[in-house]
Design a protein around this ligand. Structure first.
Ligand code: HPA
Ligand code: ZN
Length: 341
């Protein structure tokens, strides 16, 4: 058993990964938060890094979001966005993330007077460097904060359009309950008309109906989280049939109370049902682990098999917004690793 676990750990650490659900603002470790606060002459509500970390205890999505927005307020200059993104990418590279699709929430920053361009340029430069240095490919996804409503989302889309070529998709995040995907039909239609793809957080705290709306009204190509879809067998059948990817975030779901424990997480059941699930980190600085820690914790809690680990990796390539050539490269890298571990 111990030997088996060790072998699976090695496979998990080495398998090439595509991370499809990670918010750049959610990668802000307290150490960097303190550094940016000092540099930008801002006060933090925490005295030390340890006190900040100890405050990261959430009973719900809302209580997390309040701290997440507060933390992100230390980001002001292009250099801050560059360094934040760079720090995430260094960790991701060390965990064999070979392709990343990064979410960002421009409204958190533009509401504080930080120009859209400053945010996009800082993040974008870090992504370019990662490709040049490590061959890590990436895409950028702009999310709308659903609790700010559809008008604010439309204004944000207008601001973003000059940068549309730097984006692959639009997404929808923040507080789900009370903010159905339906409300955002028009802004998503306009984004699609400008060549952007669509994804949406749905079925995290919200009901299965929100997953359906994300597919039908927003034309979402992937559902972020989607774990509550399991409450609706007809929806599950559709997601399997249409091979809709669900970007699942195990540690996030535990920290935000979406599931009661990792052992109660439906990831394994989702795989067994034939759903196209992937494993992701969501907001790793806040939820206690990056992508490898999510894989390791889920494997242990749910006794995932070697085949299931490989399926999760392959699903991440299949669900990524990349061309067939890149998908094949990732598959080839996986083959090489699978024959060694
Ligand atoms: N759900 C909704 N909004 C978010 C999340 C999440 O898990 N992380 C960052 N913004
Ligand atoms: Zn998320």
């Amino acid at each position: 058993m111990a030997q088996e676990t060790t072998a699976l750990d090695a496979l998990i650490r080495n398998v090439p990964k595509a991370e499809l659900h990670v918010h750049v603002e959610g990668t802000l470790e307290p150490e960097l938060m303190f550094e940016f606060a000092r540099r930008n002459s801002l006060e933090l509500p925490y005295r030390t890094v340890e006190v900040a970390r100890a405050a990261y205890s959430f009973g719900s999505l809302r209580s997390f979001l309040d701290l997440y927005y507060q933390g992100a307020a230390v980001l002001q200059e292009e250099r801050d966005f560059y360094e934040l993104t760079r720090a995430y990418l260094e960790r991701a590279n060390a965990q064999r993330v070979r392709h990343v699709e990064l979410f960002f929430d421009p409204q958190i920053h533009t509401a504080r007077g930080v120009p859209f361009e400053v945010v996009a340029r800082g993040i974008g430069r870090a992504l370019e460097d990662a490709q040049a240095e490590w061959g890590m490919t990436s895409r950028l996804i702009m999310c709308f904060l659903r609790d700010l409503g559809p008008e604010a989302a439309l204004a944000t889309l207008e601001e973003a359009l000059p940068h549309a070529q730097e984006l692959v998709a639009v997404g929808l995040d923040s507080a789900e309950v009370g903010h159905p995907p339906d409300d955002f039909e028009e802004v998503f239609r306009r984004a699609r008309e400008r060549g952007l793809l669509a994804v949406a957080h749905a079925g995290e705290e919200g009901p299965p109906e929100f997953v359906r709306q994300a597919l039908d009204q927003l034309r979402a190509r992937r559902i972020d989280h989607g774990v509550r879809a399991l409450e609706d067998p007809d929806l599950v059948e559709r997601l399997v049939r249409e091979r809709v990817p669900l970007t699942v975030c195990p540690l996030s779901n535990v920290k935000l109370g979406v599931v009661s424990s990792l052992r109660a997480h439906p990831l394994r059941r989702m795989l067994e049902l034939g759903l196209m699930v992937t494993v992701n980190s969501d907001d790793p600085a806040y939820f206690g682990g990056y992508i490898t820690e999510n894989f390791l914790a889920a494997q242990r809690a749910l006794d995932l098999t070697r085949e299931q680990i490989l399926t999760l990796a392959r699903n991440s390539y299949a669900a990524a917004f990349v061309d067939e050539g890149r998908r094949r490269q990732l598959e080839d890298e996986l083959q090489a690793v699978a024959s060694e571990f």
